[in-house]
Design a protein around this ligand. Sequence first.
Ligand code: SF4
Length: 390
Amino acid sequence: MCDAIEYHPVSKRDFLKLCLLGIGGCMMGAGRLSALASTTALPSLATSGSDLWKWSKEASYWEKSGTGLRCTKCPNECVLGTGDTGLCRNRVNHEGKMYTIAYGNPCAVHVDPIEKKPFFHFLPSTRAFSIAAAGCNFRCLNCQNWEISQVSPHETVNDDLMPADVVEECVRTRSESIAYTYSEPTTFFEYAYDTAKLARTRGIRNVWKSNGYIQEAPLRDLCKVIDAANIDLKSFDESTYNRLSGGSLAPVLRTLKIMKEQGVWLEITCLLIPGWTDDPDTIKRMCEWLVANGLADCPVHFTRFMPLYKLTQLPLTSVATLENARAAALKAGVRYPYIGNLPGHEAEHTYCHTCGKMIIERRGFAILENHIQGGTCAFCKARVPGVWRA
Ligand code: SF4
């Protein structure tokens, strides 16, 4: 399944063995929550042992607010009193300063095919060294990685991997990119940002798999250090967005527009959940919005829902629903719509938008044939949008 992870606590030694074997994993996020009311008191930095200090760093993007601190990293805008932890469970008010407690302590580390995030137009067939720290700013009912997204870094088994270590492991495992993924990377922003900045100095690309729920200032800084992003567009209806994830649609649409404007390669994932996000008219409106906002070349992955977490009573998405969504996208002018989580379906291949020939043949995360040469279709020479090998 796309960016779902098998969370198995591993020792660092075992983890390194897994990397050598090339075993990987992938994830999803959760909307507008009552920030102050939902903040959680977790063990404080001062009383929980020195390791917490080791994996803490003064956070970026916060300001004083009355007697507390307001986090300005994501639209939840949590206000934290002394000792409080944010909704994402990894930002803490300690003695009048905000700290992240997700710095250098990833709970998931894998080497994945880039296709698993999914990225279909970004360096196909390459490896992405993938990391996540616990926590998320959403509460998705369908979360496929809830075991690490809905807990704090205190509650997961973590590795000890500072930014320089991540970069070294990326090089050693011959991965061409570092993926910030599985949980919500906005909530371990400082760790991801410092790692990405360092990776850039070694010629390593950075890819962001996210719910896109981030404020404008950190987003604009982020765009300076990442190369590609896959953003979950969970619905095109505000009420559904809030009921499903606790978040809201408008900030996610803003993220898409800013990333496009800033030159980040963008792909979108739309999970079609029966009865929640599979309404044909809503899908049509979403596709029309994408095209009207200059995102026609942005691949859209319509992904099959698997019954999980709090929505186990629902059926799988029907193949007809996925095919109808893809057809609606094509009709609206989206040039590269895909069907995901359905290996073997013809819509997991890439077809040249100009001549219609199959230019990348896939099976799951594997590339069977690639007819893109120098960024163009080998048959008709039309440019294919994406980031390709020279
Ligand atoms: S990043 Fe975390 S602490 Fe900050 S506003 Fe979002 S949920 Fe709250």
